[in-house]
Design a protein around this ligand. Structure first.
Ligand SMILES: Cc1cc2nc3c(=O)[nH]c(=O)nc-3n(C[C@H](O)[C@H](O)[C@H](O)COP(=O)(O)O)c2cc1C
Ligand code: SF4
Ligand code: SF4
Length: 268
């Protein structure tokens, strides 16, 4: 059973590839949250997988909220996790395992805490564009990252398929603790917000895409209005998928490009 979250499609691609290769159920966390589903019964031979993008060198808020409520009949099941990131993911997997350790609904039958026993990261095209030094990747870098990820994923799948325990293949960066616990902590506390989204109403073509792709039903109408429902997870799907770049986050994204997995193929 694989639980995944994805804003702009990178992680969705990776999670779908793993699910197809190992033949296990794939569940989209926002759908499960919408339905209020938190309790699942694992088959004896199932693995438990978590796939999500790195957000501010941490696990995205929406994923943490879901895991907190999750209840699984864990016995000796193998547990793995994969994060996609634009550059590096710091201590994201340490944070995931700390969260897992505090979940009463995820204790193994012998009382041990569930931990992701093998952890992987996959560098993929950048989706964060809301700070001065953060941009989408130029076309050649994007293509190169996708190429490397396509080559790396079969190896990760092999490790998962074989239930290889103790594997840690992570792009942590040079100072992971600083990024995750200081900068990332600030980022996730203060900068995960929908307050700065605006729409250029005269540009909007009323396609409804932004509303459709929002994983937390935080958008209403066309041109869009953000509901400020307290659930925005800053995935930037609303910004990136708008076909006419009518959505912005403050002033900075007016100078930024857009990205989602397969965008170039879609627009060819
Ligand atoms: C809010 C936000 C924060 C991000 N933080 C990081 C980060 O800390 N490190 C990193 O390398 N990439 C970061 N990224 C880039 C994404 O992790 C990366 O592009 C990921 O593959 C996107 O996955 P998705 O398409 O499944 O949403 C961030 C992206 C967003 C939207
Ligand atoms: S409002 Fe935009 S950034 Fe926030 S969760 Fe919805 S799609 Fe993602
Ligand atoms: S995605 Fe863009 S064009 Fe479509 S409704 Fe939203 S703002 Fe308007």
């Amino acid at each position: 059973m694989i639980f995944y979250f994805s804003g702009t499609g990178n992680t969705k691609w990776a999670a779908q590839e793993v699910a197809r290769a190992i033949g296990e159920r794939l569940l989209y966390i926002p759908d499960e949250l919408r339905e209020g589903h938190f309790t699942y019964t694992l088959e004896a031979d199932e693995r438990i997988g978590f796939c999500f993008p790195t957000h501010g060198w941490q696990v995205p808020r929406i994923v943490r909220n879901f895991i907190r409520n999750l209840k699984l009949n864990v016995d000796s099941h193998f547990c793995w996790a994969l994060t996609t990131c634009g550059d590096n993911m710091g201590e994201t997997m340490t944070i995931l395992n700390r969260d897992l350790a505090t979940c009463e609904g995820l204790r193994r039958s012998n009382g041990d805490a569930l931990q992701a026993e093998s952890v992987f990261s996959l560098v993929m095209p950048e989706s964060y564009v809301c700070l001065p030094f953060m941009k989408t990747d130029p076309e050649d870098k994007e293509a190169m990252k996708l190429d490397v990820a396509r080559h790396q994923l079969p190896h990760i799948i092999h490790m998962i398929k074989e239930r290889r325990r103790g594997v840690e293949e992570l792009d942590k960066g040079a100072t992971p603790r600083l990024y995750s616990y200081v900068i990332g902590e600030y980022f996730n506390r203060k900068m995960v917000t929908d307050k700065k989204f605006t729409v250029d109403a005269d540009k909007c073509i009323h396609c409804g895409k932004c509303r459709q792709v929002c994983p937390v039903d935080n958008i209403q109408g066309t041109p869009p209005a953000w509901l400020h429902n307290g659930r925005c997870t800053s995935c930037l799907a609303c910004y990136h998928y708008c076909p006419v770049h009518a959505i912005n986050y403050g002033w900075i994204t007016r100078k930024r490009d857009q990205y989602y997995f397969n965008k170039r193929e879609d627009r060819r």
